[in-house]
Design a protein around this ligand. Structure first.
Ligand code: ZN
Length: 236
């Protein structure tokens, strides 16, 4: 089944009706669902849930996605495939280098506050071409033509942070950019920050490995009690 029961889920603010009532799940349960789907994908035994005609009809009247994916547009990063999910499961916003302007933040806020989605994932990946483009622009003090410049400019704070930390390899910069994106979203969206503070939502930064197909948690903000979902050891 695509839904988990959640007796401990905290009630959120009034939600706009977007379809049949469903049992809400916690941020940790949503993360566990994503992790389980990625494991199925990695091991080559995907279930392709919620992709049949019956489910398509069932969700036609409304959506209750359990996770927002703010991912890089890279063609190898298709969210429903790498997390082995189907229709109505994921609310996906993708831009090159997972840059986040007002429209992206507005889309995330819509999912979190109107649809009641309990988890936001910032999804980057190794060998990211957008990060490489920004790295080249920074190193050569040049800017790409056209609107690609906006993408590169949006990534410059991450490039400056990487430079200050002495990180020069693309994959290391990717991790820094993922963490910066999570921080920037929470800093720019008071709505999202309030949902996280209330325990109704969590924001997780993940990095995907193109060849292996697996995701790794880079950073997390919010109520995620599942130790498996948070690589940071509990304080002794
Ligand atoms: Zn990319």
């Amino acid at each position: 089944m695509s839904r988990l029961g959640s007796p401990g889920a905290q009630p959120g603010p009034p939600r706009e009706s977007t379809g049949p009532a469903v049992t809400s799940i916690t941020p940790a349960q949503a993360l566990a669902e994503l992790s389980a789907g990625n494991r199925r994908f990695v091991t080559g035994i995907p279930r392709h849930p919620n992709q049949d005609a019956g489910h398509r009809a069932a969700v036609a009247d409304g959506q209750h996605p359990f996770a927002v994916i703010v991912g890089c547009s890279d063609s190898r990063l298709a969210a429903e495939i790498i997390f082995d999910r189907g229709l109505g499961d994921l609310f996906v916003v993708r831009t090159a280098g997972h840059t986040t302007g007002p429209e992206v933040l507005g889309s995330v806020e819509y999912a979190v506050t109107v649809l009641g989605t309990p988890l936001v994932v910032v999804l980057g990946h190794d060998s990211c071409g957008a990060v490489q483009a920004a790295k080249t622009a920074a190193e050569t003090d040049t800017s790409p033509a056209g609107h690609l410049r906006a993408v590169v400019d949006a990534m410059m704070p991450s490039l400056r942070r990487a430079e200050a930390a002495g990180v020069t390899d693309v994959d290391g910069i990717v991790d820094i950019h993922i963490a910066h994106t999570v921080e920037a979203m929470l800093g720019s969206s008071a709505v999202l920050a309030a949902e996280v503070a209330a325990g109704r939502c969590a924001v997780v930064g993940m990095s995907y490995r193109l060849a292996a197909g697996e995701v790794r948690t880079v950073t997390a903000a919010g109520d995620l009690p599942d130790p498996a979902a948070d690589p940071t050891p509990a304080a002794a």
